[in-house]
Design a protein around this ligand. Structure first.
Ligand code: SF4
Length: 461
């Protein structure tokens, strides 16, 4: 049983809703409840969707396993944001075919954005694939697995899985998807095409999930959504949700990702400033520092507006740690545009950044445009950008030396025996000697050294 398989208000309706609990599904010669193995690719929302699928399948009689060798159903929950991710997944599907060769009853399927992107073509391209299920079709998965090979990628404007309890994994952090889809249609992005339009969970459902997370021993909740701060339920906006969540006992930390700069309202900024549990950390994707490029991306802001927003946020939340996403080599990006992006990075001084080469996606507006930046040039711009960000991150982390930080302990440090690791409020990895501290506790430690990625700390005991 997974740690997150908890009784919820939603669970009470579960059996009625799906009418499937305890059923032995169609797994050929296997006379027992079937095992499911899920591999997840891509963003945190996909990881949260995997918890949802796992919760749904476990209540329909499936047992989750960690090894495809013992699985009757093998599911890859996929990402279509970049071509490279898709190539990796096709490679992985090829490797998984051996399980079907050895045990022909095994069903292999694809879920998530890539399933939605390629749809029926996937079955043609990959003969050993049995099913393809889009992000709005997980509810029907147990029924469909009992039948013939299938493709179910119907997008559903209403689907929010409000009544499906996720089966959370180990850890100190509960990921809660509070809204799905996106209405922004940035010209490079496939998300609105594979995830559909924005829709939010009702506030009471989100707060139930927060209380369950607290009761289940998760001290931190992270709200997820493609444009998480576009959240709205009637008169309640994202700021209201943060304020209500702040009042939930047992929750120590609240984070969210990814907000869109255009949806960063006064209400949300005020909530970040006034709610002591909301961490002073924000991932605020900028994508480019050139107004011309931002306009072609149809991001809905220019650099002055973005920088004004950064100033307002920093004034409201002193010491705010900022991270961002950036794309190099967007069609039409000149060397001068790229230089402006580097200037913006120097000006904002992000704590961290996720930096990518532009990858053309079919269905998107930019997917029809000629690529103007060669792969070599993209690679070289990306390297310069990463180099600059590493310098900035290392500088910012060095400035932390001597200060005290509160670390939510997640487990043993990877590279040091008898050391623990966790995250600071700024979402930086900190490591320190164990000395009796427990996973899930918050330890106050002193930063004594740093790298670009880690704060090395000491306890004062
Ligand atoms: S805001 Fe833009 S980049 Fe983000 S998910 Fe929506 S379309 Fe994609």
């Amino acid at each position: 049983m997974f740690r997150g398989a908890r009784s919820t208000q939603c669970d009470r309706n579960y059996g009625d809703f799906f009418g499937l609990a305890g059923r032995v599904t169609n797994i050929g010669p296997v006379a027992r409840m079937p095992n499911v193995y899920i591999e997840t690719y891509g963003c945190q929302m996909n990881l949260a969707d995997t918890e949802l699928i796992r919760g749904h399948l476990s209540r329909s009689g499936y047992t989750s396993v960690q090894d495809p060798e013992t699985a009757d159903v093998i599911l890859l929950n996929t990402c279509a944001i970049r071509e490279h991710a898709e190539e990796r997944i096709f490679g992985r599907l090829g490797a998984l075919a051996k399980h079907k060769n050895k045990r022909p009853h095994v069903q292999i399927g694809l879920a998530g954005c890539m399933a939605q992107h390629f749809r029926e073509d996937l079955l043609k391209k990959t003969p050993h694939l049995d099913f393809v299920t889009g992000p709005d079709a997980y509810r029907r998965l147990p029924d469909l697995l009992a039948g013939d090979p299938f493709v179910d990628v119907r997008l559903d404007k209403q689907e929010i899985y409000a009544d499906v309890a996720p089966d959370r994994g180990e850890g100190v952090r509960a990921w809660i998807t509070i809204m799905r889809g996106c209405d922004k249609f940035c010209t490079f992005c496939i998300v609105p095409f594979v995830r559909g339009r924005e829709r939010s969970l009702p506030v009471d459902v989100v707060l139930d999930q927060v209380r369950e997370a607290a009761a289940g021993g998760y001290p931190e909740v992270v709200f997820l959504g493609q444009t998480v701060n576009a959240y709205r339920d009637g008169d309640s906006d994202f700021g209201d949700l943060l304020r209500s969540t702040n009042a939930v006992e047992g929750i120590e930390r609240i984070r969210f990702t990814s907000p869109h700069p255009s949806d960063m309202t006064e209400s949300a900024i005020e909530a970040m400033a006034s709610c002591e549990k909301v961490c002073p950390q924000l991932h605020l994707p900028v994508q480019s520092g050139s107004d011309e490029v931002l306009q072609r991306m149809e991001r809905g802001y220019n650099t002055s507006e973005y920088l004004r927003l950064v100033d307002r946020l920093r004034a409201a939340v002193p010491g705010l740690a900022l991270s961002t996403d950036m794309i190099v080599g967007f069609p039409g990006e000149q060397e001068s545009d790229f230089e402006r992006t580097l200037d913006l990075m120097r000006q904002v001084r992000y704590d961290n950044a996720f930096m990518f080469k532009y990858s053309s996606r079919s269905h998107t507006k930019a997917g029809d445009w000629d690529e103007t930046v060669s792969e070599d040039e993209k690679g070289s711009r990306l390297q310069s950008m990463i180099g600059l960000q590493e310098e900035i991150s290392a500088e910012i982390n060095r400035e932390e030396i001597g200060s005290e930080v509160d670390v939510l302990i997640e487990g043993p440090a990877r590279r040091r025996d008898d050391w623990l690791a966790g995250k600071t409020g700024h979402f930086k990895t900190a490591v320190f000697p164990a000395q009796g501290s427990a996973v899930g506790a918050i330890a106050r430690v002193r930063v004594v050294d740093s790298t670009g990625h880690t704060l090395i700390c000491a306890t004062d005991q």
